[in-house]
Design a protein around this ligand. Structure first.
Ligand code: FCB
Length: 448
């Protein structure tokens, strides 16, 4: 496979890696309040080996080493998240120690020439707010705006970009309808409310931040190619329903101030009263859109099941350690579909793309050739989308480090850098070195 380099992308294209607070920091360090992920993990059956984020990668103490690794690879930008319960342990009261941590972290990025791409909410909802109904409760949206304002008053003069929410589909559907992530509900009414409230939180957050920071403001949505399991009309319709719930709900609310009819069929009866009046807040202009892309899923009709009456069918393509099919064409497809149907010239960033693999350290090194292939195939897909007209401005690999993969615990390794979870030792993998070579500038030597 031809391996692209920095010079195959437009001038100014940013290469980075992404992480999230709960997955790497260690919530037992500093004064961090409890979040719904702690209680979800402490409930039997939710997370592999009931693991939680209390230690994670101990990035809380080891962040200088981690940022050094990013700088040594020649990255331009680092996508990280700030933890709401670290900044506000009870969800509402500012914790100076938490604020100071992020202050040091952002300065550490700037000192190393890394542009800070901040995400405000990457899933760690303070328990005090979860106790009051979490995302099913409209009040949480206002509390989110308060948090967004407080942290931005502290960091907003230095961060290069701010995303309100990471992956609203996961926050709402995966967590309130499928029950796979915290708070682990399987309830269509709570799901519908969360589907709306997470967008309202985004809108209220944007409103609050305009004027107090010059950082470009956006949101990070995830997209999963909804492939019909067969050509049968019922399966085409099943895939279209999944596409509406997963891929269209959020972007259409934001760019058209409307929800797709196929999803409203099941969700409309459960939306909070007066939801229409929120659509203008939700549909405020963005400065950029983040696109997370991993895989596709095959959907078939399941007429015996209640709405959305679909079931997943295993696909034939090679799979990652997560069991996700490797399908780079889907990334190109979404970048082009988004530009064509929704975002026009708005800058797009691939804010997450990566794969899990059962990597092991041998002789102080990790060879993950399969991840190198995955990475370069998705960079090629991104470049093709740019060549076909999509305004893509950057690519962030998920993830810098092996980390806490939510319900999968520490089992699934997504990192460019291996982490030994007993010693916390970091070992850059061959994919890290391959990416460093690809993005090296003429005037600097990449870490080989
Ligand atoms: C995304 C999440 C990220 C990570 C990857 C594998 O859905 O945003 O935190 O878990 O998947």
């Amino acid at each position: 496979m031809t391996r692209l380099s920095r010079f195959d992308f437009p001038e100014g294209f940013l290469f980075g890696a992404a992480t999230a607070a709960y997955q790497i920091e260690g919530t037992s360090f500093g004064t961090c309040g409890p979040s719904h992920w702690d209680s979800f993990a402490a409930t039997p059956g939710n997370v592999v080996r009931a693991e939680d984020g209390s230690t994670a990668c101990d990035h809380y103490h080891r962040w200088p080493e981690d940022l050094d690794l990013m700088a040594a690879a020649g990255f331009d930008a680092y996508r990280f998240s700030t933890s709401w319960p670290r900044v506000m342990p009870d969800g509402v009261t500012v914790n100076p120690e938490g604020m100071d941590f992020y202050d040091r972290l952002v300065d550490g990025m700037l000192e190393r020439g890394l542009r800070p791409f901040q995400t405000l909410y990457h899933w760690d909802l303070p328990s005090a707010l979860a106790d009051r109904g979490g995302w099913a409760n409209r009040d949480t949206c206002h509390r989110f705006a308060d948090y967004a304002e407080a942290i931005t008053r502290r960091l907003g003069d230095r961060v290069a970009s701010i995303a309100t929410i990471n992956e609203p589909w996961c926050v709402a559907w995966l967590s309130h309808f499928l029950g796979a992530h915290a708070p682990g509900l399987r309830d269509i009414r709570a799901a519908a409310r969360a589907m709306h409230h997470i967008l309202l939180a985004h809108g209220l957050g944007l409103e609050r931040l305009r004027g107090i920071t010059k950082a470009p403001l956006g949101i990070v949505l995830n997209f999963d190619h909804a492939t019909p399991a067969s050509d049968a009309p019922e399966d085409l319709a099943a895939a279209a329903r999944q596409d509406a719930i997963f891929n269209r709900w959020f972007i259409e609310a934001i760019t058209r101030q409307a929800y797709p009819a196929e999803a409203m069929l099941g969700l409309a009866p459960h939306l909070p009263e007066g939801w229409q009046e929120d659509m203008a807040t939700i549909g405020q202009p963005l400065d950029w859109l983040g696109v997370n892309y991993y895989t596709r899923h095959l959907h078939a009709a399941a007429p015996e099941a209640p709405w959305p009456s679909t079931r997943e069918v295993p696909g034939p393509l090679p799979k990652t350690q997560m069991g996700w099919e490797i399908y780079p064409e889907g990334l190109k497809g979404f970048l082009l579909r988004l530009s064509r149907d929704y975002t026009g010239d708005l800058p797009l960033y691939v804010t997450e793309n990566g794969m899990a693999n059962a990597d092991t350290v041998e002789d102080n090194a990790v060879t993950d050739a399969i991840r190198e292939d995955f990475l370069f195939a998705h960079l090629a897909a991104t470049r093709e989308a740019i060549a076909a007209g999509a305004n893509v401005r950057g690519f962030f690999y998920w993830s810098l480090l092996d980390n806490y993969e939510w319900a999968e615990g520490y089992d699934k390794r997504f990192g460019l850098v291996h982490v030994d979870f007993a010693s916390l030792k970091r070992t850059p993998k061959s994919s890290y070195h391959a990416l460093a070579r690809a993005i090296a500038r003429n005037d600097r030597e990449a870490d080989r």
